[in-house]
Write a protein that binds this ligand. Sequence first.
Ligand code: FAS
Ligand code: PHB
Length: 389
Amino acid sequence: MKTEVVIIGGGPSGLLLSQLLNRANVSTVILERATRARVLSRIRAGVLEPGTVQMLHEAGVDERLKREGLEHNGCFLTDDDLMVQINFRQLTGKSVTVYGQTEVTADLYTAQDEMGANIVHEVEDVAIQSLDQTSSSVEYTVKGERKRIDCAYVAGCDGFHGVSRKTIPAAKRREFERVYPFGWLGILSQTPPANEELIYANSSRGFALASMRNKNLSRYYVQVPLSDEPDAWSDDRFWQELRSRLPAETADALVTGPSIEKSIAPLRSFASEPLRWGNLFLVGDAAHIVPPTGAKGLNLAVSDVFYLHQALIDALKRDNNAGIDAYSERALARIWKAMRFSWQMTNMLHQFDGEDSFAARMRKATLSHLAQSETARRELAENYIGLPF
Ligand code: FAS
Ligand code: PHB
């Protein structure tokens, strides 16, 4: 089989890249390890930057998003004494949209089906070859049969645990990492959200986040030790701990109910350079991971797709390689700024095991400064809504 671009990974990065390329008459094949049901069962990101919303519009997949997405003009940062609103609309003229990654992925699958896209699920043993040749190839096994696709380019959209990044020789990769000594225990409950806008709480008992998916589907998180297991947290224990970390008036108004999903996500900051190796380009979580504190993970994957889809169209349809030659440097420039913001938000809002009293004072001073300085709030707001592509 031949195609122009083989995309490894059928998550949001791979699907959005395929959709944008197909709309420009670039042929693709997506190779996905999991079943479609498994991909669509994942509960991940919840906040879309305006740049992401624009990209979904350009991909022709924003009809449901326009109907069901919730426009948010701000969020709150709190500790045991303060509740500071960051008013994105007033500070930047922009807002974010609350619409779950699960829904984005479902909308992309629907659009790719309508496009007649070639998506192969349950593939195994993907191997990428001849990246330094004019034509490359990708081998894989599906239903016990070994297959091969010849292509011009390969997009590694296969997440942190995928095969793409590891195809780049270890000696040629520069990797940067910070693993945080805690995780986020998240639950989903069919209850009205505790607050109209998101609340990021830095309480003396640890971090909590009150988020949502819609007006009757709430998403909450509490910081837990990495040694914790979801089963060790009954719903009652979760609600009690969440209440203890939220501002009193929010806690009093909290509507609880049975959890319909409960999981613990580890937190890490990670980046691998370069993002290109011959005909292979890394995209999204295959190249970088950010702690969800800054709501950047999915949005950063989208800006990678923004840069790469233009570059591949120029190379394949206009015989212009400037975009693919610049992709790694261009994408990394935005990646590192989002990496910084996510790291800063994580340090500002979490307690670290064994930290000294100085660290707690630094968190308090940061929040106090945000309360008093519009300049400080504007700096946070412009990062939260997403820096320009
Ligand atoms: P993904 O990991 O979503 O997709 C990669 C795909 O490649 C998967 O479907 C996988 O099955 C497939 N794959 C892997 N190896 C393969 C192989 N060898 N062959 C073929 N296919 C292969 N971001 C936020 O902004 N906010 C959040 O709250 C948030 N919470 C998260 C919680 C968890 C538990 C995780 C893991 C991530 C979270 N993220 C969050 C980040 C997340 O949303 C990612 O940024 C987003 O999924 C990135 O999309 P992709 O790059 O497509 O990677
Ligand atoms: C979510 O709703 O899942 C969510 C929102 C904002 C974040 C992280 C997660 O920063």
